[in-house]
Every structure is written in C-alpha cells, then in structure tokens.
Design a protein around this ligand. Structure first.
Ligand code: PLP
Length: 285
C-alpha cells in the first residue's frame, strides 16, 4: 500500500509530497509540529496536542492554519488513508511560502500544513521496553525557548546522533549547573533510592510533553510520590530507576546512563507499572 501525505489542502502520494523551496520551514525552521500517538486507529490525547499546538503557534505568532475541528478531520483522514492502526501522526505548520527575508512575510501569506502518518512496530517497542535503553549525557546547547515545539531541532539531531554513535538510544541534555533538562526527543525522569519520582518542572527549560502531563495523573492514581524538581546527573547515576517519556515511546525504561547501570541494570518496577497503566489515563479521540 502506498503512503499518503496531506500537503496544503491535498492528499498526495508520500513519495511525491513536497513543499516549495521558499517555504519558511525549509529556509528558517520557522514552524512548529506535533506528534500524536495513534491507537486502534484513533488519536491519543488530541485535545492536549491541539492545546500545545495553539500555544506554540501563539508564541511564534503564526496564524492557525484552520480550525481545530478541520485539523482534526485532516489528521484522522491521513491516519485512515494510510491504514494506521497503531503508530503516529505528524503535523507540521510553518509560516508559509514567501521571498526569503528574515522578518515575517505579509499577513496575506498562508501558513503551510503537512500531515503524515505511519505505523509503529508495537511488538518491537514492547521488547525494547523489556530490555530498557541506554542514554548518554550531552551539554545543553539549545535556545532558551525549548518550551515551544518548534521544528528547529538541530541540537536535538546532533545529540541523538551522539547517542547512537555511543551505542545509546537517547541523549539527555545537561545544563551548565549539572542538571538534566530533558532528552533529545523525550522528557527525562528518575526514581530515587527512597522511591520518589523526579522530573524537571515544565518551565522554559523543557518541552511540556503530553505524555509527561498524562503520566502525572498515572502517578497520582498509583499513589506514588512525585517531586517536580530538576535532578543532577549524579542523582541520575545514583537513581534506582530512570525512564523517558514521549508520544511514540510512552514510558521507556532507561537502564544505563553514560555506560553506568541504573539500579540493578534492568527496567524498574515503577517505570514498568506506569507504562502498563498509561493508556487508562490518556484520552482516546
Ligand atoms: N521533549 C522533547 C525535546 C521532545 O521532542 C518530545 C517529543 O517529541 C518530548 C519532550 C515529549 O513530548 P510528548 O510526550 O508530547 O511526545
């Protein structure tokens, strides 16, 4: 079956899907995106993803390309046309196509919209979660507005590549004070020796992950102790458990940090229980 992409009002063959060379997303990374999990062919946490999209667009003063209802229809139709039952749907909105000038184009320029969908190998993801993943730490080198889900991801790309070259699956950014901010495409968490779950507050230093937000409900329902505070790399080395969260990985246990085993070097009980219960708390659209 051939894949289909939505590009500016049309459903086109994925192989031929293209945007203009002067799209500001291409020229300046002047755009934002969302990644939503698809489960049973339905969108997971659509409302929260649309809330965050509206916020990202607002912060960058990009006009919403269409109503939420219309965008919801496009996402669903892209999922349907690609026959995705379990996977992800990707949505990108840029400031549109205009002659290459740094300053904003005239307000008559329409934002560009691209939507793609693809299946994920759930069995593969589950078996990765049973093994756990390795992470490495890298120096934080991103701009101070990583709370905006912008397509400007070069530091994240370089960090992920550094992780792969070190035989790891994810990189954790560490700020100048030695505190972990987040992963290159995930939020970062640890469980301390005395059973407290720590994750950095969602200020401007991290992206407020939708998975992170839902997980706060799972943690409350499981009556676990949460401390929303930054933790250092040393605390992570000494942790009983560690894990990362994102829409495509849900809760993924971390078993090595910079080559050192976390806890006993196997996925922890807390991470596994949170992963198991996650979808009971997520909204299925
Ligand atoms: N942090 C960063 C930098 C990300 O890129 C992502 C997801 O892409 C996340 C955190 C997790 O966000 P979510 O749970 O909404 O997927």
């Amino acid at each position: 079956m051939s894949r289909i992409a939505y590009v500016n009002g049309r459903y086109v063959s994925h192989r031929e899907a293209a945007v203009h060379v002067e799209d500001r997303g291409y020229q300046f990374a002047d755009g934002v995106y969302e990644v939503c999990e698809v489960r049973d062919g339905r969108l997971v946490d659509e409302r929260r993803h649309f809330d965050r999209l509206a916020r990202s667009l607002g912060e960058l003063r990009i006009r919403p390309p269409m109503s939420r209802a219309a965008l919801g229809i496009v996402l669903r139709e892209t999922v349907r046309r690609n026959r995705v039952r379990a996977g992800i749907v990707y949505l990108q909105v840029t400031r549109g196509v205009a002659r290459r000038e740094h300053a904003f184009p005239p307000s008559s320029v329409s934002p560009s919209v691209v939507v793609t969908a693809r299946a994920l190998d759930l069995a593969g993801r589950d078996s990765t979660a049973e093994q756990g993943i390795a992470v490495v730490t890298v120096a934080e080198n991103r701009w101070p507005r990583v709370d905006i889900k912008s397509v400007s991801l070069l530091p994240n790309v370089l960090a992920k590549e550094a992780a792969h070259e070190a035989g790891a699956k994810e990189a954790w950014f560490v700020d100048a004070e030695g505190y972990v901010t987040e992963g290159s495409s995930t939020n970062a968490w640890i469980v301390t020796r005395d059973g407290k779950i720590l994750t950095r507050p969602a200020d401007h230093g991290i992206l407020r992950g939708i998975t992170r937000t839902v997980l706060l409900d799972v943690i409350a329902a499981q009556q676990l102790t949460l401390e929303e505070r930054a933790f250092t790399v040393e605390e992570a080395y000494a942790a009983r458990e560690a894990f990362v969260t994102s829409a495509s990985q849900i809760v993924m246990p971390v078993v090595r940090i910079d080559g050192r085993p976390v806890g006993n070097g196997a996925p922890g009980l807390v991470a596994s229980a949170l992963r198991r219960d996650f979808h009971r708390h997520a909204e299925l659209g």
